[in-house]
Design a protein around this ligand. Structure first.
Ligand SMILES: C[S@@+](CC[C@H](N)C(=O)[O-])C[C@H]1O[C@@H](n2cnc3c(N)ncnc32)[C@H](O)[C@@H]1O
Length: 430
């Protein structure tokens, strides 16, 4: 305990210095992990930064700043696990290992070699520089920066681990180098697989929406569990499944592992107790009014099996290959084959939210078909009087085909695709 007090005034001291002073390495790590604040970057779709910032605020993780497609925040190791497990709209979480001026290759090399890489990367692990991004800097060569960064981090690790070279191949720790105005930011990926890979979707169907984008739409639309939600183009189910996870208060990362656990900073004790806490919070007791439909039988079969897997993961189960259909329970969304043109608000259900992702022109390679679907959506307001309509598409001219101007339109990305999020605030009916 006294050791923990000692550390409070030394938040920026590296682990290697602290651990040399007091106690066993395991005890040091426990105290260290609970106190030391790391700087992290949550990567997200362009246009969803505010959503991620709000999520971080709710998780009580202090925000430092935000830029296009990223939010920088601080967290100790429990906070890192909380971010990985709970953020719904972030695509990745990276740990900023260093930030320093790097106007030339020498400065870049020395800056990266000076990082305590052994604090992050255990012995017998390789490293891979997975991304280099350069903006307004004197260093211009992406491959040159990539090579120098790898050489510098490897030099430090080989010196500390007394080896002549690092292992190659699978399982390497993944680093990114971002150079902006001659300032280098070196980031270690603690997510592993991107966070939209929740573990419940094995196949995407046609033009699937990223799970993190689907979650961002739900949060942007201000839908709450007490309202009905309907996706008439549900495809493999990203929107309705993310809505169900949100309604159950289920952390989206419960069904997967993270790269953090394979790093020196990883702490299985912290992770286990946080997972238990989050599982204990999942609430299936209240019925939900979430509905999904699609004209395509195969898409509906996929949505149902994805839903079943999401439900199993939210219950803390490991996936059984045999799961195909979810049980019919009041806490689960209702999913069926139906053309959007034939859908109408269920009798006795108050007005709710249509949140959807109609066919994409570019993605499906069928612009004319997509535009015809937008035109056939024109009378959806008569079939869903008073419902709010929120939809994402890559078509910048959706409103002219639909025949009504949206109350708001937000530009955002869905993966590599530039998209538009149109919202009609319950005045769809002419
Ligand atoms: C962009 S995809 C939706 C993808 C979905 N968000 C997901 O996560 O998989 C559009 C979907 O609209 C469906 N669709 C196309 N025309 C339709 C119609 N008239 N009525 C209902 N569904 C339709 C397609 O089968 C396709 O699954």
């Amino acid at each position: 305990m006294s050791f923990c007090f000692l550390l409070i005034g030394k938040r920026k001291a590296p682990f290697s210095v602290i651990s040399g002073n007091v106690g066993t390495r395991q005890n040091d790590k426990l105290c260290y992990n609970a106190i030391y604040m790391e700087t992290l970057v949550a990567l997200c779709g362009v246009g969803t930064e505010k959503v991620v910032a709000n999520e971080l605020r709710k998780l009580k993780l202090p925000i430092r700043d935000a830029g296009i497609g990223r939010v920088r925040f601080q967290a100790d190791i429990p906070g890192c696990y909380r971010a990985l497990l709970c953020l719904r709209a972030a695509d990745r979480v990276l740990l900023e290992a260093a930030n320093f001026p790097a106007g030339d290759f020498d400065a870049l090399f020395e800056g990266i070699r000076a990082v305590d890489w052994e604090r992050y990367i255990p012995p017998n692990r390789g490293i891979r520089i997975t991304k280099v991004r350069i903006g307004k800097s004197r260093l211009q060569s992406v491959t040159g920066v990539q090579r120098a960064a790898h050489k510098a981090a490897a030099a430090r690790l080989c010196e500390r681990y007394h080896c002549s070279r690092l292992p190659e191949g699978d399982g390497a720790a993944e680093l990114r180098v971002y150079l902006e105005k001659d300032q280098a930011s070196v980031l270690l990926d603690i997510s592993g697989e991107p966070l939209f890979k929740r573990g419940y979707r094995t196949e995407g169907g046609i033009a699937p929406l990223r799970e993190t984008t689907a979650a961002a739409l739900i949060l942007l639309s201000a839908w709450r569990r007490k309202f009905p939600l309907y996706d008439p183009f549900c495809g493999s189910g990203a929107i309705i499944i993310e809505a169900a996870l949100y309604a159950w208060d289920a952390a989206p990362g419960l069904g997967r592992r993270f790269a953090l656990s394979e790093l020196s900073l990883g702490d299985s004790g912290i992770e286990k107790s946080l997972r238990e806490e989050l599982l204990g919070r999942v609430d299936f007791s209240r019925p939900v009014r979430i509905y999904g439909s699609d004209a395509d039988h195969r898409a509906i079969a996929l949505a149902k099996s994805n839903m079943a897997r999401a439900y199993a993961l939210a219950r803390g189960e490991t996936l059984d290959q045999g799961i195909l259909n979810p049980p019919a329970l009041p806490c689960l969304p209702a999913i069926r084959v139906l053309r959007m043109e034939d859908a109408a608000a269920p009798a006795g259900i108050p007005a709710g939210f249509i949140i959807t992702n109609p066919p994409y022109g570019k993605r499906l390679g069928a612009l004319a078909e997509a535009e015809a679907v937008y035109r056939s959506m024109a009378n959806i307001g008569r079939r869903f009087p008073g419902w709010k309509l929120a939809l994402i598409t890559d078509h910048p001219g959706f409103e002219s085909h639909f025949g009504k101007r949206a109350d708001s339109c937000r530009e955002m990305t869905n993966g590599a695709l530039d998209s538009y999020f149109y919202q009609y605030e319950g005045r769809v009916c002419p």
